[in-house]
Design a binder for this molecule. Structure first.
Ligand SMILES: Nc1ncnc2c1ncn2[C@@H]1O[C@H](COP(=O)(O)OP(=O)(O)O)[C@@H](O)[C@H]1O
Ligand SMILES: [Mg+2]
Length: 210
């Protein structure tokens, strides 16, 4: 594969979607088209699964059911959208990817990490991002921003604060275990300051990938 796969991760309201759009715009050039996609979702089938996950009652699904739905969606997303774009040499940016399942269902809901990794492997094998940007901030601030933003996709936002603290710790543990791939970004700063850091790390990853 000749493309570059970059993912944004972190808790609710941390600025992932904002920064993913800015990075897409900054990296786009006539010679290097950029695809911006998201999880859950990103392909027509996976978007149908997304609505099952992000809407409705907090207790609608248990953690294992969520993990299976997420990986079903991810399997379709990787096969039909991400891999084909990378094969064409494109830069692909995903607003969330597999680390979110480890953080939310593993650290958040307490599903066994070995089970999660096994399910992920069945869905996408060893496929992994070239670079993962983890936007880190206290969950209280992220939730405040997410509530102010509004919208219908509030099922995870409505989970208790202890859940959101476990998510933050989980993302930081994932980053510590894989420092080559994962860069933790202080997301409490201005949009422009965060974007400058994001762009520098992303450009370096694109150069490494060729
Ligand atoms: N650095 C920032 N400082 C202040 N507000 C921000 C910043 N980045 C994003 N926001 C705002 O916070 C809200 C959540 O950002 P968003 O990008 O949707 O986060 P996420 O996709 O991680 O949930 C949005 O209303 C957005 O405009
Ligand atoms: Mg978002």
């Amino acid at each position: 594969m000749t493309g570059v796969f970059i993912t944004f991760e972190g808790g609710e309201g941390g600025g992932k979607s904002t920064q993913a759009r800015l990075l897409r715009d900054a990296l786009t050039s006539p010679t290097r088209p950029v695809l911006l996609t998201r999880e859950p979702g990103g392909s027509p089938g996976a978007e149908v699964i997304r609505t099952l996950l992000v809407q409705g009652e907090v207790n609608r699904w248990d953690g294992m059911t969520e993990a299976l739905l997420l990986n079903a969606a991810r399997c379709d997303h990787v096969r039909k959208v991400i891999r084909p774009a990378l094969m064409e040499g494109r830069i692909v940016i995903s607003d969330r990817f597999a680390d979110s399942t480890l953080a939310y269902q593993g650290y958040g809901h307490g599903i066994d990490m070995a089970d999660l990794i096994e399910i992920q492997h069945a869905a996408i094998g060893d496929f992994a991002p070239d670079l993962t940007l983890i936007l880190d901030m206290p969950p209280e601030e992220g939730l405040r921003r997410a509530h102010a933003r509004g919208g219908a996709e509030v099922r995870y936002e409505n989970m208790d604060i202890a859940f959101h603290r476990r998510l933050r710790d989980g993302f930081l543990a994932i980053a510590a275990a894989d420092p080559e791939r994962c860069k933790v970004i202080d997301a409490t700063r201005s949009i422009d300051a965060i974007h400058a850091d994001v762009l520098a790390v992303a450009r370096a990853a694109c150069e490494r990938a060729g």
